[in-house]
Design a protein around this ligand. Structure first.
Ligand code: GLN
Length: 519
């Protein structure tokens, strides 16, 4: 099935951006521990906060784009910011022996990367959908192809940046960060040069312009202005107060968990509290806008419900970077023909599987679509969750009864990643497509931000769950569930994603109605 050329421009741009993101991410913790000599605990905290916050700022980028800048300008500015962030990382690594200067440069770099990602990520995803008419059946397959671009970048990046940056000599990290910065610049250059030529709707209208320039949206713009005139500031004040109260509640809970005291000034996880409180207040704020029509409101509810279930998906899936890496390291036989494969290599399995399987899934959706048998989007999401559960079930039985310290075949972990990737392809690109189809145009990028926000919450939650990874036969209890062995640990995810899959599956009929004609 033919797709517009604009899709391939977005493919290449996003491929370079993800090259930059994943390339830096692959080196980040190593840089912290081996060059700046931070301890593992602090490094993991910084890493978790960074990966959590990059998925929170899409709310800001989405808002500014919908209201003022449009997708194109937001992508350009976000891309430039991220390149600057990577170059600051480069300079940090150049001066790594001057610890204070290097840390200062690094934190500035991280801040700019977090903000830049917020402008880039939701906007490029929105543009993919806008290349098509709202009812075009090619959207799911287009997002799947786009997703392949993400993962081509994610596959190459750790290999290249690892090759030049992770040599064992801390002075070489800078080359990895420099590569990430150059990759980002390449993406932006290609985008700027070709955007006017290729980024348009099937009938030739340019997409991603500012709301003012956008003739398609002119009517909505007027409606928006009217809305603004009648907007009451009360909702805004209440939301801000609500966010502050929730933030304090989460902070108190964290610190009482950590040190049994109610002082919010020690041991509080500020970033976790920030992410969780904003994840609750923003959706409430958006949906209580009285100016939304009934249909718009129902469709937004669908986005929320699906985003909620997706939290369970990513918090189990993202164990890849945490508990599953411990498992690869300590409990998996990684010897192939006498060569010991590094545990970190398992992390690229997912990206490679996405690249290999995406064309098959894109074809599958088109094929089923033609026969009128394509499952609707929430059903695909539920299948995704179900596959995640199956992946953990496979490994749970693989390790059942295995004595501690015994290493199991790497086929177990490989099968888990294969099945998880199939689940991801049913859920993640389809989710992007669904959000695009359901959003009212004046909130398109902001709601994409809400979708990514569920990733922020999930990443934070994933870190908490990974802490239950069993160690030395000690029993840990999660919500009344006892975890002593690896089997118990993996079954937690089987149950969690299995239940989520079943509930979502039973909701699909209701959700279909609430989607009001979108499928
Ligand atoms: N791997 C995908 C990306 O980098 C999806 C990440 C996510 O949504 N958690 O865009």
């Amino acid at each position: 099935m033919k797709h517009p050329k604009g899709l391939y421009l977005l493919f290449v741009t996003e491929m370079w951006e993800r090259f930059s993101y994943y390339g830096m991410r692959a080196l980040f913790v190593l840089y912290l521990t081996q060059a700046l000599l931070f301890n593992k605990d602090l490094s993991s905290q910084i890493y978790g906060s960074y990966t959590g916050l990059v998925y929170l700022t899409p709310l800001i980028g989405g808002y500014i784009s919908d209201r003022y800048w449009g997708n194109r300008r937001s992508i350009f500015c976000g891309g430039i910011m991220m390149a600057i962030g990577q170059f600051l990382m480069f300079f940090s690594a150049v001066y790594y022996q001057q610890a204070q200067l290097a840390s200062y440069l690094m934190f500035c770099g991280l801040g700019i990367l977090i903000l830049g990602n917020g402008f880039f990520k939701p906007n490029i995803s929105t543009m993919v959908g806008d290349l098509y008419e709202p009812t075009d059946h090619r959207k799911d397959s287009a997002f799947t192809i786009f997703y392949m671009g993400i993962n081509v970048g994610a596959t190459i990046a750790p290999l290249w940046c690892g090759f030049v940056g992770n040599t064992g000599n801390p002075a070489d990290f800078k080359w990895g960060f420099l590569s990430a910065g150059i990759g980002m610049l390449l993406g932006i250059i290609v985008f700027q040069l070709l955007k006017n030529k290729y980024l348009c709707t099937p009938n030739g209208k340019q997409i991603g312009l500012t709301p003012k320039q956008n003739t398609v949206r002119l009517q909505e713009k007027k409606a928006e202005e009217k809305r603004q005139q009648h907007a009451s500031p009360l909702r805004i004040y209440l939301s801000i107060i609500g966010a502050i109260v929730l933030f304090l509640v989460f902070s108190i809970n964290y610190s009482s968990l950590n040190n049994n005291s109610l002082s919010i000034f020690s041991g509080a996880d500020w970033i976790g509290s920030l992410i969780f409180s904003i994840s609750i207040i923003t959706p409430i704020f958006l949906i209580t806008d009285k100016a939304l029509t009934k249909i718009e409101r129902e469709r937004i509810w669908v986005i929320y419900i699906v985003s909620f279930f997706v939290i369970f998906f990513w918090s189990a899936f993202e164990q890849a970077g945490a508990s599953l890496t411990f498992f690869a390291d300590e409990q998996t036989n990684r010897t192939i023909l006498g060569w010991q494969m590094p545990a970190s290599y398992f992390q690229s399995f997912n990206a490679i599987f996405v690249v290999l399987l995406s064309p098959i899934f894109a074809m599958l959706w088109s094929f089923l679509g033609k026969k009128n048998k394509e499952p609707n989007s929430p059903t695909k999401q539920s299948i995704g969750l179900f596959l995640l559960s199956i992946g953990y079930l496979i490994i749970a039985f693989g390790v059942r009864g295995v004595a501690p310290g015994t290493k199991v075949s790497m086929l177990w972990l490989t099968s888990l990643y294969l099945v998880h990737t199939m689940g991801e392809l049913c859920l993640s690109p389809i989710g992007l497509s669904l959000v695009n189809k359901l959003s009212p145009a004046h909130l398109a990028s902001l709601l994409m931000g809400v979708w990514f926000m569920s990733n922020a919450a999930a990443n934070k939650f994933a870190g908490i769950l990974s802490g239950y990874y069993p160690e030395n036969g000690v029993t840990k209890i999660f919500m009344g569930y006892h975890i002593t062995t690896l089997f118990d640990f993996f079954m937690l995810f089987v149950v969690m994603s299995g239940i989520a899959a079943i509930i979502l599956f039973f909701l699909t009929g209701k959700l279909k109605k609430m989607m009001n004609g979108v499928d």
